[in-house]
Design a protein around this ligand. Structure first.
Ligand code: PLP
Length: 407
């Protein structure tokens, strides 16, 4: 008899987006003429840029000839893309990464979920609250999160990221083996300065912890002094793995391509403490067994964003979304609302007025304006009292939504 992985049965159902859909459907039934604008879901709306489209067409043409056809590629990705990443994303910021430290994937979510394969199942985990739910659920699936009671997992240290601490979470007061950090942050849209991020690197080096740094939104950073990569902090190459994605950088949510950087210096220790094992080597081994590479066409598409035209074109789309964010911030503040984020990230974290709960304010925005947001409490207990709005909508929808809210 096959036995089930019972850790899956401990997972809490994620009702957030289905609860939102139910409420929106109920609203539509009672307001059949009402036009609902969704600023809730974090998906992009602008098309791929011309440089990417051209590269994809050329890659398809190559696949149509026996001379240039590509079958299975290297599991860790093609050298042309690894080398472009090293040069344009890292060397340009003074960070030296070797192409062999870059692993191309089919989007950051897969690697963020799978990275747990190469570390022991009983490591302790620290994460910021509110949080991107993949970090929790992927650990819960193999038992690393412990048991779930009173809204929290027993083996997870929750680090509240709140208005009270300026969205700069306190370091844990004890040792944690693995720490997830996401900056610019989803859902709060806030960032850390180099000094603030250095505290985490210093903590990890002192405690022999591993940092899993998700910088899926780094291309939205506007301020020069905000780090795009954790490796801009001295010592981080000894203790951090970095995850990046082309999804929001270049509209690849439907194409699927991203990458993970695992410097050779990053190690984890055997249980008896006698060996420090290179995680780069283990991940290479893991990928060779369980992954057959991102498609050639996606990787050619990704490489095109590093050409001068590609860079310029994706910059224009990012600036379009950031202008949406600026318009939304201005209107919401005009309405007297307190808004965080939206200046170095495509997310706005809006404080609910008059002490309303996240869901109460969600209902209010839906019924008074026909605008859909995401209740902050859906990302964790410290998200209560906030809602998240995304700047990924079409300009006309953002303006219409804001006019309706401000009235
Ligand atoms: N990390 C964060 C914080 C995200 O918000 C997302 C997507 O919304 C991802 C990673 C995953 O991105 P993808 O798998 O599309 O590369």
């Amino acid at each position: 008899m096959a036995l089930v992985n019972e850790y899956f049965l401990r997972l809490t159902e994620s009702y957030l987006f289905s609860d939102i859909a139910k409420k929106v459907n109920a609203y539509k039934l009672t307001h059949p003429k009402g036009n609902v604008i969704s600023l809730g879901i974090g998906d992009v709306t602008q098309p791929l840029c011309p440089a990417v489209i051209k590269a994809m067409h050329e890659a398809v043409e190559e696949m149509a000839t026996s001379a240039h056809f590509h079958g299975y590629g290297p599991e860790h990705g093609y050298d042309f893309l690894r080398e472009a990443i090293v040069k344009h994303d890292y060397l340009s910021r003074g960070v030296h990464i070797d192409p062999s430290e870059v692993f191309i994937n089919d989007g950051a979510k897969s690697d963020l979920g799978n990275i747990g394969d190469i570390v022991r199942w009983d490591n302790s985990v620290g994460l910021t609250d509110p949080v991107y739910p993949v970090y929790i659920d992927s650990n819960a699936m193999i038992g690393r999160a412990g048991t779930f009671a009173d809204g929290k997992w027993s083996n997870i240290t929750y680090m509240p990221t709140t208005e009270a601490n300026g969205f700069d979470p306190e370091l844990p007061d004890h040792r944690v083996d693995m720490i997830y950090l996401c900056y610019p942050n989803n859902p709060t849209g806030t960032v850390l300065t180099k000094k603030q991020l250095k505290r985490w690197v210093d903590y990890a080096l002192k405690n022999d912890s591993l940092i899993l740094f998700d910088s899926a939104y780094e291309s939205y950073i506007q301020d020069d002094d905000i780090p795009h990569s954790i490796y801009e902090i001295r010592g981080a190459k000894k203790c951090a793995i970095e995850f990046r994605s082309y999804s929001k950088t270049a509209g690849f949510t439907g194409i699927r391509c991203g990458y993970t950087v695992i410097p050779k210096e990053v190690t984890a220790t055997t249980f008896d403490g006698t060996q420090h094992v290179e995680l780069n080597r283990l991940w290479e081994r893991r990928q060779a067994t369980k992954f057959n590479g991102a498609s050639y066409i996606s990787q050619r598409a990704a490489a095109a964003i590093y050409t001068p035209e590609g860079k310029q074109q994706i910059r224009e789309t990012i600036s379009y979304y950031m202008q949406n964010a600026a318009i939304m911030r201005e209107h919401l503040q005009q309405k007297g609302l307190t808004v965080y984020g939206g200046t170095n990230a495509p997310y706005l974290w809006v404080k609910t007025p008059e002490g309303k709960t996240s869901w109460q304010f969600f209902d209010e925005l839906l019924y008074s304006s026909g605008v859909v947001c995401t209740p902050g409490v859906g990302f964790g207990p410290s998200g209560e009292g906030f809602v998240r709005l995304t700047a990924f909508g079409k300009r006309e929808d953002c303006i219409e939504a804001m006019n309706r809210i401000v009235g």
